[in-house]
Ligand binder design. Sequence first.
Ligand SMILES: O=C(O)[C@@H](CO)OP(=O)(O)O
Length: 409
Amino acid sequence: MASSGFSWTLPDHPKLPKGKPVAVVVLDGWGEANADQYNCIHVAQTPVMDSLKNGAPERWRLVKAHGTAVGLPSDDDMGNSEVGHNALGAGRIFAQGAKLVDQALASGKIYEGDGFNYIKESFENGTLHLIGLLSDGGVHSRLDQLQLLLKGASERGAKRIRVHILTDGRDVLDGSSVGFVETLENDLSQLREKGIDAQIASGGGRMYVTMDRYENDWDVVKRGWDAQVLGEAPHKFKSALEAVKTLRAEPNANDQYLPPFVIVDDSGKAVGPVLDGDAVVTINFRADRMVMLAKALEYADFDKFDRVRVPKIRYAGMLQYDGELKLPSRYLVSPPEIERTSGEYLVKNGICTFACSETVKFGHVTFFWNGNRSGYFDETKEEYVEIPSDSGITFNVAPKMKALVCTLE
Ligand SMILES: O=C(O)[C@@H](CO)OP(=O)(O)O
């Protein structure tokens, strides 16, 4: 035992037999709720889960995967993979990004840290760009946090602000993008009345523009880069409201997959490309779908796609998205410090572990599971297997995804 009283040594489990493998299978999206006709799991045929539940009811346990049980601000907050895997992997509850940002905004500390002071240097002569998911879903970002940041930054000297929106429709209802854009446009017009040059500059649906994860499809990030940084996109509109209304009128349109667009002035020029001397903040607090853009914005050496023009900017994330890579190096709010996770305990006790998932969920069972840490604790005792995900498809048409291949591994 260390002098602090802390020890990595795990006592034997009172019931689990020694030397036998233990499987942790995360059924993403599975849960217990009111048993009514609106509950798809209840109305589906689920013989395997039924036999597990009914075969040994004394061993059947439910865990709470939403709200304060997983470190979210309130019990009205739905769960998600980040907070669920963090809590399961660590076996403890940590205040999560959503809550930490709320606290930093409420106390004003967000404006006192190194991250904000760094971007503030650009306010006098440059533009402040805010890039992120526009909804009140609370999984990756929250509209009210964006609203407070807009207010706070403008009160602290930001004179020219451009917002690059990603429409949601995944954590919130499809079609709700129009209402969120209306709300944001209203806020920005109030800022304009106060003499601040504030506009939405570009947009696109989150799953088609920018918010890919685990390097599944860099084209998604490139489409965002072209619109947000270069000011180029196949669709050009005079306003974001016109953009989302027009693009949603297309057959089979969906907020998640809206094509990229830029807002142009009367002469057809993009109103908000990112230029030398500007500041950029990626406003999502959740890491997985911001890391790729963070790499494109921050890395001098970057070969995932041709960035064409790499502006000299001051960039900060809402949080630091990867503690191991220290990415981004500047951030407005410190991320939760999740340490002593189960994976680390296991290798320190000489127990070998194996983690397997497909690309779009791979970081859930490694990065999130290990407390937002990429890489191995001890390569000699851990094996991580990534099954390549299909790309270029929407998973609602292939919901089985790679479950079978993962099982065979
Ligand atoms: O796809 C995602 O990013 C989220 C929903 O926004 O789902 P999950 O938490 O299951 O990863």
